[in-house]
Structure formats: C-alpha cells, structure tokens
Design a protein around this ligand. Structure first.
Ligand SMILES: Nc1ncnc2c1ncn2[C@@H]1O[C@H](COP(=O)(O)OP(=O)(O)O)[C@@H](O)[C@H]1O
Ligand SMILES: [Mg+2]
Length: 263
C-alpha cells in the first residue's frame, strides 16, 4: 500500500481562514493530487455511534482511474461525499490539488462543488422536465470554463437524442446525460457513486468504457465506487475499503480493457 504522502497544506494560517481563491493560489507540498490524511467520520453518538470513516489515509494521482470497492455499508459513499464537499469529516484533512477542503466554510464549499467536482450518481438525478441538452446546459451555466453542452452530449454518443426528456431515454442513455452534465462543467475530478448499479450488464460496460475514455482523453481524475470486485481490474489504482477502513490502495500494473472483464 502506498503510504508516501507529506503533510497537507492547512487552510487556517495564523488563526485566520483564507478565501477559496487564496487557498487555490497558494501551492503546497503534497505528493498526491488527492490526499486523505487520518480522516474520520462518525454518525450518531454514544452506543449508537457509527464509525463511517476510520482513520482513512491514501493518495490518488492526477489523471488516475481509481476504483474503490467494498461491501455495502463499508463507507464508500461517505468517502466520496467528503471528497466532493457534500459532507464534512470530523478529523483529519482532505486535500485536492494542494487545497485543503476539510476546513472550508460553506461558501467556499459551494464554490468547490460548483467549479471543481463533477458527480455521477447511481440513479442519474436528472431534472425530469428538462431535455437532455437543458440538463447539461443548466450545469454548465454555473461554471467558469464549461465545455460546449452539445459537443459534450455528442461525445457521449447522444448527438441525436439531446432534445429528448429523461423519460424518453433508456437507463444507459440517462446515465450518459448525467456523465455529460458532469463533464461539461470541466471539473478537476469526476466522482461516480455506483454509476452502473442500476444498469444491465452490457449497458454497465458501455458506461464504464465511456468513463475510462473520458479519463484517457481529457486527463481527468476519475473515481468510481462499486461493490463489484470485477470492475477493479480496469483501474489504474485499486482501493479496497471495509468497515470504514482503507484495507489497501495499490497501483494496478496491468489495467484490463473493460471488454476483457466478466462478472
Ligand atoms: N447520514 C447518515 N446517518 C447515519 N448513518 C449513516 C449516514 N450515512 C451513512 N451512514 C452509515 O455509515 C456507514 C457507511 O455508509 P456508506 O458510506 O453509505 O456505505 P457504502 O456506500 O459503502 O454502502 C453505514 O453503516 C451507514 O449506515
Ligand atoms: Mg454507497
């Protein structure tokens, strides 16, 4: 397991918090593009206290395709939500591209989610009364350097279906829209929580191929969460998690093409 990370940059300097811009401008000394250092997260209290993240430490490099696998309840979604700025940790630090996001204020977290993170969910989370194109446009309108929505939809194979509403699209097509929506924001990282969990075998494979192609084509850092061990074989980095603990985080010397994987 890689255990080579240096101390991350703190947001609190001289007792004062820094603005999001200043945080980004000031470089750090992290070896990993993404770094968790002794991150813990608890839910509840007393005898009902649940340790969802137990002293997690790991790094992920820029442009890596990382698959995080573990059984239900292992803490996968908790990890992704903390990295995506949708949940906070109780201790430790989380760093992305030299910026410590674990002590950001709400306003800073809003900017972070808006500009730096693209999310893909298991059940797509599309707005039902907007077309595919409008769903993508809506996301791109709140960003600094968005990609062209029509071109992004064409790139995920939906050039002919962009004026359809979600209900007029199959599950796989809806997931393509949600990937286009995340990519059009031109984020630093793409976080995918069980992106194939609601799809059949072949459609799931097509979606994984699309995510891998996006990673290779754009150099984006992509993290895919799954409870399906087989999917780890296509990753550059395989992370295993159980009971809130990182069991291993290793580079995969020979990632397989998704077509070579069976489950
Ligand atoms: N908002 C919450 N309140 C209380 N417990 C939670 C909450 N979110 C997650 N948990 C608990 O934390 C643990 C990890 O959950 P989660 O990260 O969703 O696991 P996974 O995504 O691997 O299935 C589970 O025991 C779950 O019940
Ligand atoms: Mg989950």
């Amino acid at each position: 397991m890689d255990r080579l990370w240096k101390r991350p940059v703190r947001t609190v300097r001289g007792g004062r918090r820094e603005t999001f811009k200043k945080l980004q401008a000031r470089g750090g000394c992290m070896s990993g593009y993404i770094a968790f250092e002794r991150v813990s997260k608890y839910y509840g209290a007393g005898e009902h206290k649940i340790i969802a993240a137990d002293n997690m430490s790991f790094t992920i490099e820029k442009s890596e395709f990382c698959v995080i696998a573990g059984p239900s309840g292992a803490g996968k979604t908790t990890l992704l939500n903390m990295l995506g700025g949708m949940d906070s940790c109780d201790s430790g630090s989380i760093t992305l591209d030299h910026t410590d996001i674990s002590c950001m204020k709400e306003r800073e977290l809003t900017d972070y989610r808006r500009y730096d993170v693209g999310f893909v969910f298991q059940f797509y989370n599309l707005i039902q009364n907007l077309t595919a194109l409008e769903n993508v446009e809506l996301a791109s309108e709140i960003c600094r350097n968005p990609l062209n929505p029509k071109e992004t939809l064409a790139a995920v194979g939906l050039g002919e279906r962009m004026y359809n509403f979600p209900a007029q699209l199959s599950g796989g097509e809806q997931q393509r829209v949600s990937i286009a929506r995340a990519l059009a924001k031109n984020p630093k990282i793409l976080l995918c929580d069980e992106p194939t969990g609601a799809l059949d075998y072949q459609t799931g494979k097509h979606i994984l191929k699309l995510l891998m192609d996006s990673c290779r084509r754009t150099g984006k850092t992509v993290i895919v969460i799954t409870h399906n061990q087989a999917i780890t074989q296509m990753a550059d980095r395989i992370m295993r998690i159980r009971n809130g603990r990182i069991q291993s985080s290793d580079k995969n010397p020979c990632p397989l093409a998704v077509e070579q994987i069976e489950w």
